[in-house]
Design a protein around this ligand. Structure first.
Ligand code: NAD
Length: 475
């Protein structure tokens, strides 16, 4: 049984009655799993209105009550993880163990927000005159509208929902139409945990139409988006035209710097496994592999060897380490990178062509002999494809790593503290991982610089985007 699909507005689950709907397809088999109703303009207006009505009360709710609901959702997440994971593998494609891992880790996100929302403090500023009192209050910004993607359908949505609700805001969220089951499961859990009607609303539809409607509305006060840089820029521009706050978690093109003094076998093995996580459809996926000349051949051999052994298949099958791409559009998108590389004389040393048969499968692919200005070295690939190129010196590789407009994550492998420090000081990225992968924990901030975004999610920064500052002074 696949997840029932509906809109969730003002505490009601609204089905397809008379609404336009779209097929939800299993990317491993191309079977139709269900039909997702689209919100009409009247539905969107109802969602905004109910969020506005609910805000009047929710903004005054006790942080203890908000915390209790978030904790309850954390517990329900753990209780229901297996079913939610199975549905996520069905509509998103990732291996079941990865889906389960995503969901269980999200229970920790709920707990973190449940704890932190009780610690939203203001401050007292000492006055210039003895009878004056000066207070800085932090208040919820209001109705938030959020747009979340299909690569981590549970994680991306829960982070925005917990931050908004914990801060005392209400939210209208458009989830990913290609992989909707996780967001439906979240709506059901908040409903079961006793969240008042209207505090969380979930809608679906044509992304551009829905975002345009929700952002233009005078009811919404904040826009949060996770997705590609071009779409993020469009939404940020629209939000700017209406003077609305934004949080933008956008794409990257994460450089990996492997120095001669690193443990090359360990780095190559770890990076190969990390690369195929979620079939490479991860905004912080390592995507540009720069390896110092003395270790290049050794790294490439080990890296390719590990990727060659990866079992690709239906994420529900035992032992599968990499599933299909999440939807049909991704296959030609990845193939275009290979085509450009081949045209420029690069070498495809592993994979390179879609896997024939049912499902949207693309194998792990390794490409060498690429110029820095090739498509694969300059545009975010978002798939299981890895360009590996050599470098000589630290200064040179840092300049090449920083040469793109992106700045989300970066990876460094070295056993020199001096090198690690120089790179972490000089690299233009919101997150730097040295000799391991440690981003995206609930207690650590996640976010990019340059074109990769605005603001952070997680960490003690998590509520910043959902609060406004009010200064009060009196005698
Ligand atoms: P796409 O650009 O059509 O969609 C990407 C995501 O943005 C989807 O979830 C989609 O529903 C949403 N979206 C698109 N236009 C929108 C709009 N006008 N308003 C609101 N939401 C909108 O392409 P795609 O093929 O689905 O994904 C490919 C690209 O998206 C990737 O190359 C990657 O850069 C990006 N992406 C990034 C993340 C991330 O975590 N940063 C996640 C998923 C996709």
């Amino acid at each position: 049984m696949y997840q029932a699909l509906s809109l969730y507005i003002n505490g009601q689950f609204l089905g397809g009655e008379g609404r336009k709907s779209q097929e939800v397809v299993n990317p491993a088999t191309q079977d139709v799993l269900g039909y997702l109703p689209h919100a009409s303009d009247a539905d969107l207006e109802m969602a905004l209105q109910s969020a506005q009505d609910a805000f009047a009360k929710w903004r005054k709710s006790s942080p203890m009550d908000r915390s209790a609901i978030l904790r309850k959702v954390g517990q329900l997440t753990r209780d229901r993880a297996k079913d939610i994971a199975r549905n996520m593998t069905l509509d998103q494609g990732k291996p079941l163990a990865e889906a389960l891992g995503e969901i269980v880790s999200c229970a920790d996100h709920c707990d973190w927000h449940a704890e932190e929302c009780r610690r939203i403090y203001g401050r007292v500023i000492l006055p210039r005159a003895p009878d004056v009192r000066q207070l800085v209050l932090r208040e919820p910004i209001g109705v938030c509208v959020a747009f979340t993607p299909w690569n981590f359908p549970y994680n991306q949505a829960i982070r925005k929902i917990c931050a908004a609700i914990g801060a005392g805001c209400t939210i209208v969220l458009k989830g990913p139409e290609d992989s909707p089951s996780a967001v439906m499961a979240i709506a059901q859990m908040f409903h079961d945990a006793g969240l008042p009607p209207g505090v969380l609303n979930v809608v679906w539809g044509e992304p551009a139409k829905v975002s345009d409607y929700l952002i233009r509305s005078p009811i919404s006060r904040k826009v949060s988006f996770t997705g590609s840089v071009p779409v993020g820029k469009q939404l940020a521009a629209l939000a700017g035209a209406h003077m609305k706050r934004v949080t933008m978690e956008l794409g990257g093109h994460s450089p990996v710097l492997v120095f001669d003094d690193a443990d090359i076998d360990r780095a190559a093995t770890m990076l190969a496994k990390f690369k195929i996580r979620n079939a490479g459809q991860v905004c912080v996926s390592p995507t540009r592999f720069y390896v110092q000349k003395g270790s290049y051949d050794k790294f490439l051999a080990k890296f390719t060897d590990v990727l060659k052994g990866i079992k690709v298949g239906n994420g529900l099958d035992d032992g599968v380490e990499m599933g299909p791409l999440a939807h049909e559009r991704r296959v030609p998108a990845i193939a275009r990178f290979v085509e450009d590389a081949r045209k420029r004389g690069a070498k495809v040393v592993l994979g390179g062509d879609p896997i024939e048969g049912k499902g949207f499968f693309f194998p792990p692919t390794v490409i060498t002999d690429l110029q820095d200005d090739s498509m694969l070295m300059t545009e975010e690939p978002f798939g299981p494809i890895a360009p590996v190129v050599p470098f000589d010196t630290l200064d040179e590789v840092l300049a090449r790593a920083n040469s793109l407009p992106f700045g989300l994550s970066s990876y460094v492998f070295t056993n020199s503290l001096q090198t690690a420090t120089k790179v972490s000081n000089g690299i233009e990225s919101g997150m730097v991982n040295i000799n391991h992968f440690g981003s995206a924990l609930p207690e650590t901030p996640f976010g990019g610089v340059k074109d990769s975004g605005i603001g952070s999610e997680g960490g003690s920064e998590t509520f910043d985007g959902y609060l406004v500052t009010k200064f009060v002074t009196h005698v």
